[in-house]
Design a binder for this molecule. Structure first.
Ligand code: F6R
Length: 242
């Protein structure tokens, strides 16, 4: 794992956006793996800004999001579909038909997982996957204990994850209890992975990530076994790393 220590959230976002833009310039038909949440918002704002100023084109890019809540449709303001349209897709020139997110309203969620995993393989796999990290070390919605061999699957969200995400919902009860997520094996198939971490709330898990061995109890620790991972973390997130 290559570590880029940066000053703050702004610098982290700019560095991540730069890597993504370079990837698209190098390969205009890149397949990007995308995340949602607070950490990646600045990166998406920087990509939107770059598109506006410099015209970087996403016309040939395909994107696959890591996850989606089960039970929420694209029009629900808390769905990841809604988030992606609002924060990225509506600001760049990517055709909607080339943006993939698991269908949270699928009648058969298991079949949806298989379809999604196959779609990723059909486009030739993900070139560059962007990740945030949960306070418990989750990546995507792969909670601690998830076997490293899992592909896209339905998950029951950990109480701590529902709690952490409750800030986006009217009440904790409104946070869905299940989601569809790319599995750890799906994420690990990506050519290059960028993990972002910012702020004090991520300091304990970042310390564990560096100190502990590879273990399913810290899902992000699997990244130590991937040949091409870049961690971009700010000073606060790294403040407890000895
Ligand atoms: C989101 C996702 C999650 C988040 C993680 C960190 O698509 O897959 O793993 O990356 O929960 O969330 P934030 O950035 O809100 O701290």
């Amino acid at each position: 794992m290559k570590l880029m220590e940066v000053k703050d959230y702004k610098e982290m976002s700019e560095k991540a956006a730069k890597i993504i833009i370079e990837q698209i310039k190098k390969k205009p038909n890149s397949v990007l793996g995308l995340a949602t949440g607070e950490t990646v918002l600045g990166t998406y704002a920087a990509l939107a800004d770059d598109h506006r100023r410099n015209g970087t084109s996403y016309e040939r890019v395909h994107t696959f999001n890591l996850d989606e809540y089960l039970g929420l449709g694209p029009d629900h303001p808390n769905s990841y579909h809604y988030y992606m349209n609002r924060h990225l897709f509506s600001h760049i020139d990517i055709p909607v038909s080339q943006t993939y997110i698991p269908n949270g309203l699928a009648d058969d969620a298991e079949a949806e997982c298989k379809r999604y995993e196959n779609l990723i393989d059909e486009v030739g796999g993900i070139d560059l996957q962007l990740l945030g990290i949960g306070r418990n070390g989750h990546i995507g919605f792969n909670e601690p204990g998830t076997p490293f061999s899992t592909v896209t699957h339905v998950v029951e969200l950990a109480p701590s994850t529902r709690q952490a995400n409750a800030r986006f919902f009217p009440t904790l009860e409104d946070v869905p209890s299940k989601a569809i997520t790319m599995g750890i094996a799906t994420i690990m198939k990506s050519g290059h992975i960028i993990l972002l971490a910012s702020g004090k709330t991520k300091a304990p898990i970042m310390a564990q990530l560096f100190e502990k061995d590879v273990t399913p109890l810290i899902p992000a620790s699997v990244l130590k076994t991937h040949p091409n991972v870049t961690i971009i973390a700010d000073q606060e997130a790294l403040s407890l790393v000895r």
